[in-house]
Every structure is written in C-alpha cells, then in structure tokens.
Design a binder for this molecule. Structure first.
Ligand SMILES: [Zn+2]
Ligand SMILES: [Zn+2]
Length: 139
C-alpha cells in the first residue's frame, strides 16, 4: 500500500503535475480495500472539488497505475475499479450487490503447478471470480 507522501514523489518522478485534485484522489485511495470505481471516486470528491472532472480521475489513476501505486481492475465489464493493494491476489465480484472482495492466493503454489504446463515464472496474476456473496445468498 502506498502513502500519499510516496504518491506525490512517484508523480513528480514521472513528470506529472501534482495538483490538489490529484492529491485528493490519492488520499481517497490510500489504504482502501473496497475497490472503488472511477465514478464512485468522482461522486465522493466532487462536493469538495467542484471543478473536478471524471477525466482527471481517469488520468490520475492511470498515472498511479503506471507508478505501480494501484492496480486497475477490469472485473466489472461496465467500469474500472481501483485497488491500492498491488500484492498478487484474486478478486470475487458478487453478481447481485456488485461488491468486490479480495481473495488471497498462494502465488508460489501457482508457479509450482504452472511448471506442469511449461510456465517458468509469473510476474502478474489476474483472477476474477463471479457468483453470489454470503449476504446476497441468504436473502
Ligand atoms: Zn452480494
Ligand atoms: Zn483487491
């Protein structure tokens, strides 16, 4: 997980301008585990930053992903979601309530298993699982 101070440094190194809006976007993603979408961040930040545009949310998160501060998830076909946890882990999306849950994974076990299929090393893991969460199943 990144800190906002590190984030500012990352953006400066990559030559990007560090604006108050970009800092606000970094702050709202810092330490977060609910995988918010671009629209969700925009709605949350708009009241305090009236001139914020959705394009700024997209461009800032793109820069953050390039600096390995966040992962951009494409688990939902209709939007992108952001994850400040860049350690390899899988994701589950509930088809009903649309929430995205983390699914811990043993990457070493995957690599060991992958050797049976000619895989020598793994540097990125993307696992998307769909179904119903425990809360939605109880209804
Ligand atoms: Zn659910
Ligand atoms: Zn996650």
């Amino acid at each position: 997980m990144f800190s906002v101070e590190e984030g500012i440094k990352h953006l400066q190194i990559s030559g990007a301008k560090v604006t108050s809006q970009r800092i606000a976007i970094m702050k709202s993603l810092e330490g977060r585990t609910d995988h918010p979408s671009a629209e969700q961040l925009f709605i949350e930040l708009k009241p305090e930053h009236p001139t914020l545009s959705i394009a700024t949310v997209y461009s800032t998160t793109q820069l953050m992903a390039q600096a390995s501060m966040i992962r951009i998830l494409t688990i939902d076909k209709n939007k992108v979601n952001f994850d400040p946890n860049i350690q390899p882990h899988g994701h589950f999306m509930c088809r009903k309530c649309k929430r995205i849950l983390d699914l811990p994974m043993d990457v070493n076990a995957i690599v060991r298993y992958g050797r049976n299929f000619d895989i020598a090393s793994v540097d990125a893991v993307e696992v998307f699982i769909y179904g119903l969460c425990a809360e939605c199943c109880d209804l």
